[in-house]
Design a protein around this ligand. Sequence first.
Ligand code: 13P
Ligand code: SF4
Length: 347
Amino acid sequence: MKIEAETIYKDLSQKLLNIVPDSELRHLAELACEINQLKREKNAIILCHNYMTPALFHSVADIAGDSLELSRKAAQTDRDIIVFCGVKFMAETAKILSPEKTVLLPADKAGCSLAESITAADVRMLKERFPGVPVVTYVNTYADVKAECDICCTSGNAVAVVESLNADTVIFLPDEFLAKNVAAETGKHIILPSLLPGGSEEETQIEYQMIGWEGRCEVHEIFSVQDIINVRKSFPDAVILAHPECSPEVTQAADFSGSTSAMINHVEETSAPRYLLLTECAMSDNIASARPDKEIMRLCRVRCPHMNEITLEGTLNALKYNRYVIEVPEDIRIRAERSVVRMLQIG
Ligand code: 13P
Ligand code: SF4
C-alpha cells in the first residue's frame, strides 16, 4: 500500500471500523488515494454534498457542505475541473456559475424527485396565470426552470430570499413542504394552484400571499409526526432535527429545522444526550463517524436513490474518463445565472 493510501486507510478505520469491514476499507482507501492523485494531476476540485457516504465524504472531499455553501465554492474555485459528488441539479448550478470549467458528475443518472416535479413550461404557465408575481425557485430544479424565475433559494436561505423581495405575493417552487415551512415562518398564507377554482375572478376571492407547487422530496416526505412521538416515548431527552423538506407538521414537532449544514452545526454546537436527524441517512453516518462522542440515533428508511448513485469507483472513473460532462445551453445558462447570482448576493 502507498503511504498516502495507508494514511487514508488509518483515518477511515478510526472513523468507520465498526461500520465497514476492514478488507473493504483497504480497497476504499486505495481508490481514494488514486482519486486524490488524479485530482492533483488534472487540477480538479471535489465538491461533496453532506449526503455522500462516509467513506467518500471522509476521504476525497476538498469541500463538503450544503447546496448553498457548495454553490458559493463552485463560483470561487480556480481549478480547471469541478467533480460534483452530489446530484445533477447541484452540478448544473456549478456549471451555471463557472461556465469556463469542466464540471463532472460521477454518475449518468443522479436526479432528484423535486427537480423532476416541474418543467420550464409549468413556470411559464404560472407566470401567465399570476402576472407580475415574483418567482422564487428552489435550487433543486434544472437550469431551464431556474432560467424562468426571478431568484433562486436553498433550504439555508429560503426565508431571507422571500423576505428580500418585499412583495405582497410570491410564487415559490417546486417543493410544497419547503414552501409551507417558509410560509409559516414569514406569516404568509399559501395556496396550491391545483386547489384553486379556475377563473381569475374566483381566485381573487381567496386570500393568499404565496403560491406553491406540489413537488415533494421522496425521502423527506416519508417522515411523520408519529415517528417523532414514538422516538420521544422511548428517548424523551433526544433532540430531534428535521430538514425543511419535511412536512410542516414534522418540522413544527421537531426541536430544530434547518439545511443539512445547519443541522450538522446544531449537533456540533450543542451537547444533548442524543440526536435524531430526520433527513437522508448517510448524513447521520457522517456525523456519527466524525464525532464518536455524540450519540446519533437512526431512523433511516430510505437512502436517497439519486445521491446513492455517487460512489468512489464512479468518482475515480469521472476523473479518468472525463465523464459525465455537465452542459447547459448558453442562452439558458445566462438567464439561470441571474437567478442564482441574485440569491448569492443576499448573503
Ligand atoms: P441542503 O441544501 O440543505 O443541503 O439540501 C439539499 C437537498 O437535496 C436536501 O434533500
Ligand atoms: Fe432530491 Fe430528496 Fe434526494 Fe435531496 S434527498 S436530492 S431533495 S430526492
